[in-house]
Design a binder for this molecule. Sequence first.
Ligand SMILES: [Zn+2]
Length: 232
Amino acid sequence: MLEKLREEVYKANIALPTHGLVVFTWGNASGFDPDSDLFVIKPSGVAYEELTPSNLVVCDLDGNVVEGDLNPSSDTPTHAVLYKAWGDRIQGVVHTHSSWATSWAQAGKSIPCYGTTQADYFYGDIPCMRSLSQTEIEGAYEAETGNVIVDGFAEKNLNPLSIPGCLIRNHGVFSWGTNSNEAAYHAVVMEECAKMALHTEQINPDVKPAPQFLIDKHYERKHGKNAYYGQK
Ligand SMILES: [Zn+2]
């Protein structure tokens, strides 16, 4: 079932340790098939070396296993909430505890857009979401993490396509994209931007975000309706 998607999600998962975003099994990638409303996700606690396209797990949007012998990632309900809310636009989700971005998450600070590296992919700051309450953490924790993202984006009036990731306070990173490989790509971009932003503030503690017209220019030339970056 979903053989092509399994191959894609397998590659997205392997991209995480390849790019230094995960150690041990601290991360997962999934990909969504909007026709069947099913998604393919990494099994829980399985080392990346042991991962194959066929041992990935297929789940429905309630997080039930539809195909697979292994338990899905413990973060599966978070992925399901994101696909339920945004599955018409995003078909890939990645979660990591990558060190630089997670440092910002632990500090409870959004990553300001200090330059064009970030502006090429994120139309502004990479937001740090609100803390989960004790009730949310002791209840349906992973699903509530998804709700904090979806509700936070709605409250801030953010478009998940123009801000393809966020920080979960005291926890780590969620990123997404039009497929799982793009979600992994955005996780790498977030990590690099997090590292550069910290260095930027260390070099100049009074630094201000890049001017809006520069952010507009860089985001629009790549993603706007008159985009001209790259090859046709
Ligand atoms: Zn985590």
